[in-house]
Design a protein around this ligand. Structure first.
Ligand SMILES: NC(=O)c1ccc[n+]([C@@H]2O[C@H](COP(=O)([O-])OP(=O)(O)OC[C@H]3O[C@@H](n4cnc5c(N)ncnc54)[C@H](OP(=O)(O)O)[C@@H]3O)[C@@H](O)[C@H]2O)c1
Length: 335
């Protein structure tokens, strides 16, 4: 059974998503909706599908099974509501909404309309992340004690752009910090406590954030997000047996485990040969294909949420971001 997709909005991630969608055999782009017909037509001529000059027309298309919401965060709830009320399943970009109350409302709406809903936390569906998580949790790399993950890039955009406009949900925490938080959650479980310090813009946006956390088993984590600097994008997990290193945990390329071994008759530990942690299946496209595959699989199985990105996980991370924003003193005009 082929899953028929409608893409709601024609911005940067919608373009990337459409390119990966074309690589998934049992998924088809059947429609795209934009605020401007011209933008939908340009998108459709590149990626396919019927172009619509409004989101309302897109969600009314009977050919569409599932709508991918790719608008700025502050608009996710309204746009997902439109799709759910039209009887469509929804894959909604991250963060699901600006705060937990709105995220709970979206989950409630999906339940009310008996539709599938998933936050587009694509890294949770990424084969390398899944392989690492399974093997770490099986104890193959020892007991984790520390995790570090950082994601940041310098944002050069006009003030009205969604990356800098508080009315659209601009926030280093919500845009980038959600990834280290999700990575730590996937690897370690739900945080017991989190603390943040940040540097805010004059307009009150968090531009740089550093987070410390305590996870189950007393595992400690440090995580950063930045809109002003080029982070390494690395992640590492130090265990009692060695260390996992991800060159880029956001778009995982090379992930290794370096065991530390004790030389015979010597108390000193030496690093052994790094072992490559490889995915069970090849990574397709830029990695977004796997969330598309996961949505199709869930729909074929009649599921209303994905075990890879369950609602409880999305809501747990939303609650964490609410608490961290409160610590930073960041408030959105829209929430
Ligand atoms: N998964 C990922 O790796 C990833 C990466 C980047 C972003 N994202 C998420 O995806 C969402 C969109 O990000 P993006 O980078 O694609 O943003 P973007 O390039 O600014 O595109 C957003 C699109 O939303 C639509 N839109 C509707 N109302 C708007 C308004 N008032 N202002 C601006 N745009 C409006 C526009 O499409 P039309 O004009 O066609 O209606 C616009 O092109 C965000 O929530 C972000 O967190 C995820």
């Amino acid at each position: 059974m082929t899953t028929s997709w409608g893409i709601l909005a024609t911005g940067k991630i919608a373009q990337t998503f459409a390119r990966d969608l074309a690589l998934v055999p049992d998924a088809e782009l059947v429609a795209v909706g934009s605020r401007r017909l011209g933008a939908a037509q340009a998108f459709a001529s590149e990626h396919g599908g019927t172009p619509y000059g409004s989101y309302a027309e897109l969600v009314a298309d009977p050919e569409v099974d599932v709508v991918y919401v790719a608008t700025p965060h502050a608009l996710h709830l309204a746009d997902a509501r439109l799709a759910l009320e039209a009887g469509k399943h929804v894959l909604c970009e991250k963060p699901l909404t600006l705060d937990t109350a709105d995220a709970e409302e979206m989950v409630r709406l999906a339940g009310q309309h008996d539709r599938f809903l998933m936050e587009a936390m694509w890294t949770a569906c990424h084969p390398t992340v899944r392989a690492l998580r399974e093997r770490l949790q099986a104890g193959e790399f020892g007991t984790p004690r520390h995790l570090h993950a950082e994601l940041g890039f310098r944002v050069e955009a006009p003030p009205e752009d969604r990356m800098l406009n508080p009315a659209l949900g601009a926030s280093a925490l919500l845009d980038m910090g959600i990834y280290p938080l999700a990575f730590a959650h996937l690897m370690l479980g739900e945080a017991a406590e989190l603390h943040a310090v940040g540097d805010l813009s004059t307009g009150g946006i968090d531009l740089d954030v550093a987070i410390t956390g305590r996870y189950p088993g007393g595992v400690l984590a440090t995580m950063t997000a930045s809109m002003t600097s080029w982070s390494s994008r690395r992640a590492s997990i130090a265990t009692d047996c060695g260390r996992i290193d991800a060159d880029d945990f956001h778009h995982p390329t090379r992930v290794t485990f370096t065991p530390y071994v004790q030389a015979e008759g010597n108390w000193v530990f030496e690093p052994g040969e790094p072992v490559l942690i490889t995915p069970d299946e090849p990574v397709v496209g830029q990695g977004y294909a796997h969330e598309i595959v996961e949505v199709g699989r869930c729909l074929r199985e009649g599921l209303r949420e994905s075990p890879l990105v369950p609602h409880a996980q999305t809501l747990a991370i939303m609650r964490q971001m609410d608490a961290l924003r409160a610590q930073l003193g960041v408030r959105f005009p829209a929430s």
